[in-house]
Design a protein around this ligand. Structure first.
Ligand code: GLU
Length: 564
């Protein structure tokens, strides 16, 4: 019999945004499936009714599509004109909340065989047992009290509609996980109790649903973060009890910050909380969130604010929020290709050399799909090096074509920099691109280069030192050139980059001045400083009227400086 085709799956819980660690899991799952000509399944694990939302699920799908991680089997969605997902093999639906009958069938069978049982303790009773265990300094394991109740009585109480959970009777023996990365991991029976497989609300727990779905969706390889290793023996016990094959497991290293702390969504709250404390904020300075919520959040490190509110608060306090979720990196102007390259190295090493003898680090998704293997996955924590990611992004931008860069920026800015988007024609941007790309580490950096166009003509702040350097020193020659060029610029036809640059060159040679001596005073007048893209382009995007208004005001201020 030919070996079963490789099937991997990424199974996010839609309780928030797609975390960078989740994106890495998805990336490795996709790469492993591609390498073995298999399939990559996407499943939404929304059995936690209270914490899951359809909006979060939609956001995760969009983030995956933005990264270019397309799934073969999974929710069918249209993202950016492309249709992803579908159910060619007929193994869906892919939202666990739509599969309750399937789980209940399996749970009933486990109860019938004695491998699972109903338990009736209320949450309060369980809480009391937990406190007692803490007081006695013993582990809090379920005491199997429900098994003292005769089976028929349990069945009768369930049939009568009494609230209950269903617990899995964990075998009293050690369970070994054979992990492709970590090797043999054996866990003794003391580590586990009879865990819940169906909650009081009738929904299965993660453990039950994940095992049933992996089996029914034909998953052969489970790749996930090491934080799930502790769950794997439970899953193996369930697989055995239900007669399923045990898939191949490979647990990926955890991702840590440079300071050695685990990289977590809470890092964003931590940064903003610290800024609040530093600036003495005790209530809410933004309208979208009330003071009591902020006060409680300030006191309790485990609390998180909704991400929109957090960003608003950060903006008010001018604090940088560390990027953690895929959407954070997108908003910050990172591109999917260098981000994927960087993510792949968080835990995987291609173990190849470049032609120059260095460790190979730069590669694309196709390379990863051709070479990804478990042998290259590390056992120890991966460090998230932000400077390295930034350099990957900058290098990627530096190598893009001007057209690709402009189109990428336009698509990005439409969403994240609406002010600047629409101020330029595509053609103008393509002309500006060679001046911008070497100075842009992220798409957001375009704003520092082109932000001059957004300035209020009557509000530009002219720094005294800059005025002195470019306009006033050496007998105010710069100011003289500026006034002379004002007349030229009022007439030049058309008011486009080429004609403007020619006029500047003409003025310079006529007055026997270097080009810089003419261009710099104008640049300072229209942008407020001595750095901008080529002058003709700079003036063209500002437009004649606004450029002249800026020059007039600058001349006035410079003159006041001279006489004052
Ligand atoms: N829904 C789980 C999570 O998001 C999936 C874990 C797994 O891959 O089994 O953590």
């Amino acid at each position: 019999m030919p070996p079963a085709p490789v099937i991997t799956r990424f199974a996010p819980s839609p309780t928030g945004h797609l975390h960078i660690g989740g994106a890495r899991t998805a990336l490795f799952c996709l790469a492993y499936a591609r390498k073995h000509s298999g399939r990559f399944v996407l499943r939404i694990e929304d059995t936690d009714q209270r914490r899951s939302s359809e909006a979060a699920a939609g956001g995760i799908l969009e983030d995956l599509a933005w990264l270019g991680l397309a799934w073969d089997d999974g929710p069918e969605v249209e993202v950016a004109g492309a249709n992803l997902g579908g159910d060619e093999r007929g193994v869906g639906p892919f939202h666990q909340s739509k599969r309750l009958d399937t789980y209940n069938e399996r749970i009933d069978a486990l109860i019938a065989s004695g491998a699972a049982y109903a338990a009736f303790e209320t949450p309060d009773e369980l809480e009391a047992k937990r406190r007692e265990a803490i007081a006695q300094k013993v582990g809090n394991r379920y005491d199997r009290a429900a098994l003292e109740i005769p089976a028929e009585e349990r069945a009768r109480r369930v049939a009568a509609g009494e609230e209950h959970v269903v617990r899995f009777r964990m075998p009293d023996e050690a369970i070994s996980v054979h992990d492709e990365v970590l090797g043999e991991v054996t866990v003794g029976p003391d580590e586990f109790d009879d865990f819940i497989i169906r909650k009081r609300d009738g929904f299965p727990t993660y453990h039950l649903a994940v095992v049933v779905d992996d089996a029914l969706m034909g998953v052969t390889h489970v790749l996930r973060g090491q934080e799930h290793l502790i769950n794997t023996p439970r899953h193996i016990a369930l697989q055995r009890a239900m007669g399923f094959n045990v898939p191949t497991y490979a647990h990926m290293p955890l991702i840590f910050n440079a300071d050695g702390s685990k990289m977590s969504k809470r890092d964003k709250d931590k940064a903003v909380r610290a800024a609040c404390k530093a600036s003495g904020v005790s209530e809410s300075p933004v309208a979208s969130i009330d003071g009591a919520t902020v006060a409680a959040w300030l006191k309790d490190k485990t609390r998180q604010l909704p991400s929109e509110a957090l960003l608003e608060l950060a903006a008010v306090l001018s604090v940088e929020v560390p990027e953690i979720d895929v959407g954070d990196f997108q908003r910050a102007g990172y591109l999917p290709q260098p981000l994927l390259n960087f993510l792949a190295l968080l835990g995987w090493n291609p173990k190849q050399k470049t032609a120059g003898g260095q460790d190979l680090e730069r590669f694309d998704l196709d390379f990863l799909c051709a070479h990804f293997d478990f042998g290259g996955v590390g056992k120890t924590n991966a460090k998230f090096d932000r400077a390295k990611l930034l350099s990957f992004n900058a290098d990627y931008i530096a190598e893009m074509s001007d057209e690709a860069f402009v189109d990428t920026w336009l698509a990005w800015a439409e969403r994240y920099d609406a002010d600047l988007h629409g101020r330029f024609t595509r053609e103008q941007l393509v002309r500006l691109a060679p001046a911008m790309r070497p100075r842009c580490k992220t798409l957001r950096d375009v704003r520092t280069i082109l932000g001059f166009v957004l300035l209020d003509d009557a509000g530009i702040d002219y720094d005294g030192k800059v005025l002195h350097k470019h306009l006033l020193k050496g007998g105010a020659k710069g100011l003289e050139a500026l006034e002379g060029m004002r007349g030229v610029l009022a007439e030049v036809q058309p008011f486009g980059a080429a004609a403007i640059d020619a006029a500047v060159a003409g003025y310079a040679s006529e007055h026997e001045l270097g080009m810089g001596k003419v261009a710099q005073p104008i640049r300072v007048a229209v942008t407020g400083n001595g750095v901008s893209p080529p002058l003709g382009d700079t003036l063209e995007v500002i437009g004649r009227e606004r450029a002249l208004a800026r020059i007039d005001r600058c001349v006035q201020i410079a003159k006041a400086e001279v006489s004052g």
